[in-house]
Design a protein around this ligand. Structure first.
Ligand code: NAG
Ligand code: NAG
Ligand code: NAG
Length: 428
């Protein structure tokens, strides 16, 4: 057929059908665009959220997620009188314990690979039986780690974390939460190191005879501060560096932070503290200290506790996951990505942000940061590489001090510096 022949002359019916067909196609395209605008954007956003979560999980399988602080041992004490064999951690504890953020199924869902378990005893044991209680808590941690050998492995070194994860075991470490636990004795400090303790928080929420705690910075404080670390306190830091025990500056006053950063020859950690500029709570870390921590090479492991995450000048009716991401972003923006980590404080607190209800939720936080433009390399540093770097450096400082022949510090605190000697039978 030639193109000159009229296609539709005298065949208006077919022409009308074609018009209907074309109209139908156009109508469908318009309909599809309208529906696409209404539905398509949320659909594509949803798939991006899924992609971010998938990326978060892939990263958390490539580098160990190491959390700086979890109080499961405290919950064993409060809710089970430290009777580890009466609680099945391999099953969900939801509905079994009234506060429960941690169990083996949720650890696995959360892609958590290593944990510093907090060895905490209350401040009211100071000058009385803090050492006895602390040994008991150490035993509790060792018991629950030993009870699940197919899941947990007790480790005490940076390489130990890496090897445990390679062997598909959850690396379990111990942090002693509060200098009151050593009862002002460098000998006791050394013995806790020998038992496997790898960080000590210089104070809990009470002063020791040699270091001020964060409450000294509160406007309503009535106790006369020591003004940071005493000379004995400085020796505690030096002995920790000599041992290769990480110095943890969560819970201490700003002056204690600054004094410790001055004395420390190894990088420090904040095992569970957030950014003061975002939430003005004295448990958080101020900008000047964050910058000194950068100089020192240390790491601030961000706490999820609602009260430290959500307060003035950025207070919302309820704490949420995005606010935790803000703390992390803030520290990264100020110091660079090498000085921020994760120290959630699960099972040590009653209120946690919406979206971060328990240890199963870490991937959601990493997905949020992925959405904010964090690179894979940055997310890996946050997850565990920063802590591993700090831990390895502390081990190197220990090895160098040993090579240099630096002996243990054998000084004793002056008896006059102790606030109560009722329960002591001798000077040391
Ligand atoms: C949780 O249980 C402990 C004892 O197991 C109890 O002392 C405490 O009051 C309980 N708390 C709540 C909020 O129910
Ligand atoms: C951190 O920096 C990024 C990029 O400049 C910015 O978008 C974000 O608001 C900052 N976050 C905080 C909490 O300062
Ligand atoms: C010292 O400790 C003992 C034992 O707990 C207590 O009875 C006493 O009141 C304390 N003394 C002071 C001055 O705090």
């Amino acid at each position: 057929m030639s193109g000159k022949e009229p296609l539709t002359f005298g065949n208006t019916g077919g022409c009308n059908k074609n018009r209907l067909l074309i109209g139908g196609v156009i109508g469908f395209v318009v309909f599809a665009i309208v529906i696409g605008l209404a539905v398509g954007i949320p659909l594509s956003k949803r798939s991006t959220d899924e992609e971010n979560l998938a990326r978060a999980k892939r990263i958390l399988n490539e580098v160990p997620l190491i959390d700086g602080h979890n109080d499961l041992a405290w919950q064993y004490r409060k809710q089970a009188q430290n009777q580890v064999y009466k609680v099945n951690l391999a099953d969900s504890l939801i509905g079994v314990w009234n506060i429960t953020h941690t169990d083996i199924p949720r650890i696995q869902q959360g892609h958590l690979k290593a944990q510093f378990w907090a060895l905490y005893v209350p401040c009211d044991s100071q000058y009385i039986d803090a050492v006895r209680q602390s040994l008991d808590q150490m035993d509790t941690i060792k018991k629950f780690v030993a009870r699940y050998p197919d899941v947990f492995r007790f480790v005490t070194t940076a390489d130990g974390i890496i090897n445990a994860v390679k062997a598909k075991r959850f690396a379990s470490l111990v942090g002693l939460e509060g200098g009151h636990s050593i009862d002002s004795s460098l000998g006791n400090l050394r013995m806790f190191y020998d038992l496997g303790v790898r960080y000590m928080t210089i104070t809990h929420s009470c002063n020791t005879p040699w270091a001020d705690n964060w409450k000294m910075d509160n406007a309503d404080n009535t106790i006369t501060p020591l003004n940071g670390l005493t000379d004995f306190g400085k020796l505690v830091i030096k002995e920790m560096n000599r041992l290769g025990m990480l110095v943890d500056l969560s819970h201490v006053s700003e002056k204690t932070m600054l004094d410790s950063l001055e004395v420390a020859t190894a990088p420090v950690i904040f095992s569970h503290s957030s950014a003061w500029a975002i939430c003005n709570h004295n448990r958080n870390v101020r900008d000047n200290v964050l910058l000194k921590t950068k100089e020192n090479g240390g790491v601030v492991m961000v706490n999820f506790y609602s009260d430290y995450v959500n307060c003035a000048p950025n207070e919302l009716p309820q704490a949420n996951l995005a606010q935790v991401a803000d703390h992390i972003d803030y520290i990264k923006n100020l110091t660079g990505v090498d000085h921020v980590g994760i120290g959630a404080d699960y099972d040590g607190v009653e209120r946690v942000p919406v979206g971060l209800e328990d240890v199963s939720k870490y991937p959601a936080l990493f997905a949020e940061l992925a959405k904010r433009g964090w690179t894979d390399a940055e997310l890996k540093k946050l997850a565990g590489e920063n802590l591993l770097r700090v831990f390895k450096k502390a081990e190197e400082v220990r090895d160098q001090m040993m090579k240099d022949g630096i002996p243990p510090y054998e000084d004793h605190i002056a008896v006059g510096q102790l606030k109560n000697t009722t329960c002591r039978s001798g000077p040391f």
